[in-house]
Each structure stands twice: as structure tokens, then as C-alpha cells.
Design a protein around this ligand. Structure first.
Ligand code: ADP
Ligand code: MG
Length: 701
């Protein structure tokens, strides 16, 4: 934007130092530009008059033309109020003021016609307006003042109101600002883009989002500003991606050799799914381009990401590199380690484990083997990123469960070799395509969207509390068949005490219902030491126990194929993605698996949708779409730090189409003009340099 918009807000006519301070404090408005971007949250339609008989309580602000028939002051002291009646040819409306009674009284005159303006309601079965604005009806003046238009309503605060900066007051400032400076608002999108997407010019858009000429222009202004916001976000993301490609060379894996081929031909116990093959191909292509790979692998729980990761690692090893796999918890690291060892067998490739509990003695050996290149696959927790861990030639890194690691932690892995290793991030939390475009906008994305053949879909049921006996019966029946059962309780930070109580009571009930020695129960919760947790886990893994009662610590990645029943207590308290994650713990073996969602009788509207969705579908991507609709993008895991929540006009749910268009448009621009050197793209250079995009780019990985 033009330099003038950096001017401190106090210099705007009608502001001054005091009000500037309040604006800054209350709304974060410090400059002209900040004010301009304080968009109205709605507009009031002053283009039409409502009839009294059409008034309904859920209408927004409306205008009514009515003749005053009566008014009086009622109540005493604290209840003192002015009550009036006015009528048109369809009915009577009551008006009431609790404040400014004296002043309003002077203004009222029985028998005259007024323009009433306010939020209508129904009181005592009759139409009513509290604190309406009113003015004497004067047709000539109405037209002249351009009053017949959409008026902006701005958010304000009590404090601001003390300084006459209610919505009206802000409106005045905005009008002054636009009168003086609208013509200085510079275009920041190329002319050909405006033309292609039929977008309003920028200055026009700012004028019309605040003071629309009519409803159509308002829509056009909104579209333009939304597009701009999404477009600039994508421009920045894709620019970062390009920069990385230019800046970081990548290891080239020339051959597929002994390790991969032997594994594929002799050790892989199943046929890969089409999706798995496709992803392997994508990774293979990445590793031959000479550019560092940064790929996100999305796939539902159980879709077989681990084996894809392993096979990619084998290609790296075939080319003389070392590899590592980092998991967010010790339990998971352990599990990956076991899985990989089982898959590769003995005497094939060197694999080791490094976590916080690895004894010093073992560590020393491990460090040596890493430095002399002997160790090819290292699995571990974030212990891997410690400086003491030095590889001879790290070429490929797999990170499981992306959202638990910060960008900084990932960057540390990059620095473990002079040329950064290729990075594959695996996540079992499917996110909607549009969200991925933004959240991981500068990563390449691979998707495994089919489950291995022969896998029986998990059957999900929703039981209310009064069906608990039935649920116990079902558990017994499955345990009698030799299956194992998870019972999960919610753990929500704010009410940890209450949750623990829930869990303890739950355990009591379970113990009573499933007494020893016929039944053995494992218990795992967050308050236990890592050692105790591990011990209890192992009992369950070894099938010494049939029931695992747990809080959500088992959420991530645990793989116990014989556990085929998942009971989720207080299921209404879990979010959709969490429910889906939990359900993914079962359905990993050959047996038919089940998930039972227990809830209280009383369900919120959203709660019901969540549980119904779970019963209806097993598809993680479908579930994530619904989750996004229910919660909005700001509440989806991983978005908080991402800048998505800073979007001011665009909405990642409602504006998906626009986002896709913006993304494609930016992709095409970079494909033709990666340096943005063409004159027609000059404005984009400027836009990229502008710091005032309002988005925290640097936090987007
Ligand atoms: P994810 O990490 O995506 O949740 P895993 O990689 O842990 O899934 O795989 C889940 C289970 O499915 C594992 O037991 C794995 O051996 C098995 N599996 C993976 N791919 C296939 C396949 N193509 N056919 C049959 N089983 C498979
Ligand atoms: Mg996994």
C-alpha cells in the first residue's frame, strides 16, 4: 500500500492522541491501514421499509415508517423508562428507551410520522423495538442524504463507546479516511488476473466493503478482498517453496539396488496397494531431481504409511545414505522400531533405537556406528535431534505425526548433513484439501486414500448410557472369542481432576464387571511414569490382559492387531478427528473390528452430528471435511500457529472454491515467470516485499 497508509491513526482528522490510544488498545488499530482493514461485520439495509405486521424477532436491524400515537414515562428511578407506541396501516409497534429518556422525550411529538430504525423483537406477543434510532420522516431529506443505502456496522467496545467511538463513530472516521485517501489505494494484483477472475479494483473494493453502493457491489468487493487475501497467501507459500528449491540442493538417489529389491522380492509380506505404489513413485521422482524433498504423506490410520516410509529409506540406503525415523513418543518409536525389525528380519540392514531411555553405554556405541556409517536406520524420539547425534551421511528422514514437532525441530534435522536430507512427513490426521493447501502450502502432498485389500471396515455403534449392560455383554462376547478391548476416557486439560475421577470410577466399574482371575485389565493414563506406562502397554501387547483402560495417551499410532474392540466413553466430549484417530487403533488385524461410542442421553447439536458421522463413515477425509465445517479452520489441530487464523475476510470453509482458483492462478504465474520478472507481474514483487500482509508467514513451515 501507499506510504500514506502507514501514518499513525492519531493524525486522521477527528482522532487525536487520546482516541488513538484507545483505538490501539481496544482494536489494535495503530495506522491508517489498520483502520481501513477494520471491516464492518455486517451492513444494515436502509433500502427498504418494513411493515409492522412483517416484523419478526429474528430480523436484523430494520426500518419502519410509523406514526407516533402515544408515549409516557413509566417506572421509577432504576426502572424508569420511556414507552411509546407507533402505528402504520398494518399494526402497532411498541418502542422503549431505558436511557436518554429526557432527550428522547423532547424529540417526540404525537401524531407525527417517524423513521424508526433498530433491532425488532417481540415482547409480550407484540412487536417491539428497544432503543431505536428515530428521525422525523422527511422524504426529500432522506433521498438527498443518500440515506437509502447499506450502512456498515463495526465492532466496538464499551471503552471505545466512552470516546464516542461506537459503530457510528467509527463509521465517521472511515468515511473521512476514504474521502481523503481512497484514491491512493494502490492495486496489488496484476491487471490480467483482475480480468480473468472478474475482480473489482482494489480502491473500489475498499470503498464498497465499507460503504457499498448496493448489495451487488458489496458482494463484488467481498469477493475481490477475499481473493486478494488467499492469492497473496498462496503467492508467499509457493514463493517459499521455489526459494527452497533454488537454495537447497538435494541428494540424488540414482539407483534402486540390493536393499530395495531384496526387500520387495523376498521380504514384503503383502502386495502394495495402488496408493502405496503411487506414493513410492512420487518419492522416487523427488529423489532424482537434485532438489531437497519436503513431502507430506497423508493417509488414514492403517493405510500402510510405515511400509512406504521404510521402502523409501531402503532406496536411500541403496545409494549409500543413512536414514532415520522420528516419532513423537517413546511408545511409538518403540513400535516403529519393532515393526521395521519384523519387516526387514535379521542380518539384512542395521536398525537401532534411540530414545530418552536409551542407556548411556548403548548411546556411545550407537553414536559411533552413526559416525562411521555402519548404522543405516535409526528410529527414535526427538532424542534424534540432539547435537550429539551425528551421522556420517544422513540422506532421508521420516517424521511421523507431523503436528507434534515444531518447525524448529525439523530444521535441526536439516542441519545434520551439509546437503539437507530429503524429508517425508507422515500424518494420520487427514485434513481437507483446501486446508492442506494453506497449512502445508509449500510442501508437496502425497495421499494414500485406500486401505489394504481384505481389511474389513470397522463397524461403529452409538450407545446411550442406558445401554451400558448391552455394551458389557458385547465386550464379554468378543473377549470370549480371544479378542482384546480398549476402553478410552477423555482427558481434557482444564478439568484434569474431574477427568481423573471419571477414569478412576470407570476403572472401578470395569474391575467389578470384569473380575480377576477371569479377566485382566491394563491401565494407562497420563499421570503414570513412562516406565509404568510401558509395562502396562507390554502386558496388553503380550495378551496378558484383555482390557486396556486408558486416557487418550493411546491416541497415536499404537498397533495391536488382536485388539478389535474400541469403546469410547463420553464420546460426545471428543472432537471428530480425535474420535477417528482412536477408532483407528482397531481394525488392524484380520478380524471384524468394532467401535462403540458411549454417550449420555443429552447431546448438543454438534455432538450429535459428530457421533452420527462416526457411525456413518470410516473415511478420514470425509470426516475431516465435516470437522472443518463444525469447528472452523482456526480450531483444527495445527492451524493455530499457521497464520490461517489471521485471515480477515476469507473463510477456508466457505471460500474453498476461491482458494482453489487463487492457488491455481499463482501456480500458473510461477510456472511461466518464476522470478516474477515480467512487467505485468511487477505488482506481485511489491506485494511480496510488503510486510503488512497481516499474516505470520514465517510461522508457516
Ligand atoms: P499407518 O501407519 O498408515 O497407520 P501402518 O503402516 O502401521 O499404517 O500399516 C497398518 C498395518 O497394515 C500394518 O500391520 C501393515 O503391515 C499392514 N499393511 C500395510 N500395507 C499393507 C498392504 N498393502 N497389504 C496388507 N497389509 C498392509
Ligand atoms: Mg503409523
Amino acid at each position: 500500500m501507499n506510504q500514506v497508509f502507514q501514518t499513525p491513526i492519531e493524525y486522521l482528522k477527528g482522532v487525536g492522541t487520546t482516541r488513538a490510544e484507545v483505538l490501539k488498545k481496544e482494536l489494535g488499530i495503530a495506522t491508517f491501514q489498520d483502520l481501513l482493514k477494520h471491516f464492518p461485520f455486517r451492513h444494515i439495509d436502509r433500502t427498504r421499509f418494513y411493515k409492522v405486521c412483517d416484523i419478526q424477532p429474528d430480523l436484523p436491524y430494520v426500518q419502519v415508517l410509523a406514526r407516533l400515537t402515544h408515549f409516557e414515562i413509566a417506572g421509577e428511578k432504576h426502572t424508569r423508562r420511556l414507552i411509546a407506541q407507533a402505528k402504520d396501516d398494518t399494526g402497532v409497534i411498541e418502542l422503549v428507551w431505558f436511557q436518554g429518556v429526557k432527550w428522547i422525550e423532547k424529540y417526540l411529538s404525537v401524531g407525527k410520522v417517524y423513521v424508526l430504525f433498530g433491532k425488532p423483537g417481540i415482547f409480550n406477543g407484540k412487536p417491539q423495538m428497544a432503543h431505536p434510532e428515530l428521525e422525523l420522516y422527511n422524504p426529500a431529506a432522506l433521498n438527498q442524504r443518500g440515506n437509502l443505502s447499506l450502512q456498515p456496522v463495526y465492532s466496538s467496545t464499551e471503552k471505545l463507546k466512552q470516546f464516542a467511538l461506537d459503530s457510528k463513530g467509527i463509521q465517521k472516521l472511515m468515511a473521512a479516511m476514504l474521502d481523503q485517501h481512497a484514491s491512493q489505494i494502490e492495486e496489488n494484483l496484476p491487471a490480467y488476473v483482475l480480468k480473468q477472475f472478474i475482480l473489482m479494483g482494489r480502491a473500489d473494493a475498499y470503498r464498497n466493503i465499507h460503504f457499498p453502493e448496493d448489495a451487488t457491489r458489496l458482494n463484488e468487493a467481498e469477493k475481490r478482498l477475499k481473493f486478494e487475501e488467499l492469492f497473496l497467501l498462496q503467492l508467499k507459500l509457493l514463493k517459499n517453496k521455489l526459494l527452497r528449491v533454488q537454495k537447497f540442493k538435494g541428494h540424488i538417489f540414482e539407483t534402486v539396488g540390493y536393499y530395495f529389491n531384496t526387500f520387495y522380492q523376498e521380504k514384503l509380506p503383502f502386495e502394495l496397494t495402488g496408493s502405496q505404489k503411487k506414493v513410492l513413485k512420487e518419492i522416487r521422482q523427488d529423489s532424482q531431481r537434485g532438489v531437497q524433498m519436503n513431502r507430506l504423506l497423508q493417509g488414514d490410520v492403517g493405510s500402510g504409511k510405515t511400509v512406504v516410509a521404510l521402502m523409501s529409506m531402503l532406496i536411500a540406503i541403496d545409494n549409500g545414505f543413512q536414514t532415520c525415523l522420528m516419532a513423537p513418543t517413546e511408545i511409538l518409536a518403540n513400535q516403529h522400531f519393532q515393526t521395521i525389525k519384523n519387516l526387514v528380519g535379521n542380518d539384512f540392514v542395521t536398525v537401532d533405537l534411540l530414545t530418552g531411555s536409551t542407556p548411556k553405554k548403548n548411546r556411545k556405541v550407537l553414536h559411533e556406528q552413526l559416525q562411521n556409517g555402519e548404522l543405516k536406520i535409526l528410529v527414535g524420539t526427538h532424542a534424534l535431534i540432539e547435537d550429539a547425534v551425528q551421522f556420517q551421511n544422513l540422506g532421508f528422514v521420516v517424521i511421523d505425526e507431523q503436528h507434534r514437532f515444531g518447525v524448529e525441530q525439523r530444521a535441526k534435522l536439516w542441519r545434520k548433513n551439509s546437503i539437507p536430507p530429503h524429508i517425508l512427513v507422515m500424518t494420520a490426521t487427514p485434513i481437507p484439501r483446501t486446508l492442506a493447501m494453506t497449512l502445508y502450502g509449500d510442501l508437496d502432498i502425497s495421499v494414500i486414500d485406500e486401505l489394504p485389500v481384505g481389511r474389513k471396515p470397522i463397524q461403529t455403534f452409538h450407545y446411550f448410557e442406558n445401554q451400558r449392560l448391552r455394551m458389557f455383554g458385547f465386550m464379554k462376547q468378543e473377549i470370549a472369542k480371544g479378542r482384546q478391548v480398549y476402553v478410552v476416557y477423555p482427558l481434557i486439560q482444564e478439568s484434569e481432576k474431574l477427568d481423573l475421577k471419571n477414569l478412576e470410577e470407570g476403572i472401578e466399574v470395569m474391575r467389578r464387571e470384569f473380575p480377576m482371575p477371569d479377566y485382566q485389565v491394563s491401565i494407562v493414563h497420563g499421570k503414570m511414569s513412562a516406565k509404568d506406562k510401558e509395562f502396562e502397554m507390554q502386558r496388553f501387547v503380550k495378551h496378558e490382559t484383555q482390557i486396556m483402560v486408558a486416557t487418550t495417551v493411546i491416541e497415536v499410532g499404537v498397533n495391536i492387531p488382536n485388539a478389535s474392540v474400541m469403546i469410547i466413553e463420553n464420546a460426545e466430549r471428543f472432537g471428530l478427528s480425535q474420535l477417528h484417530q482412536l477408532r483407528g487403533r482397531v481394525g488392524r488385524g484380520a478380524e471384524q473390528s468394532y467401535c462403540i461410542l458411549m454417550s449420555s442421553q443429552k447431546l448438543s447439536y454438534d455432538g450429535k452430528i459428530r457421533l452420527d458421522t462416526m457411525v456413518r463413515t470410516n473415511n478420514g477425509f470425509e470426516i475431516s471435511e465435516i470437522d472443518l465445517q463444525l469447528r472452523g479452520p482456526g480450531n483444527i489441530e495445527g492451524t493455530q500457529q499457521s497464520g490461517i487464523t489471521d485471515l480477515k475476510v476469507a473463510d477456508l470453509v466457505a471460500d474453498q472454491q476461491l482458494l482453489i482458483q487463487a492457488r491455481q492462478c499463482v501456480e500458473e504465474i510461477f510456472a511461466h515467470d518464476p522470478q516474477l520478472a515480467l512487467p505485468k507481474n511487477q505488482v506481485l514483487q511489491i506485494a511480496l516485499q510488503s510486510k503488512n500482509t497481516g499474516l505470520s508467514w514465517e510461522k508457516i513451515s
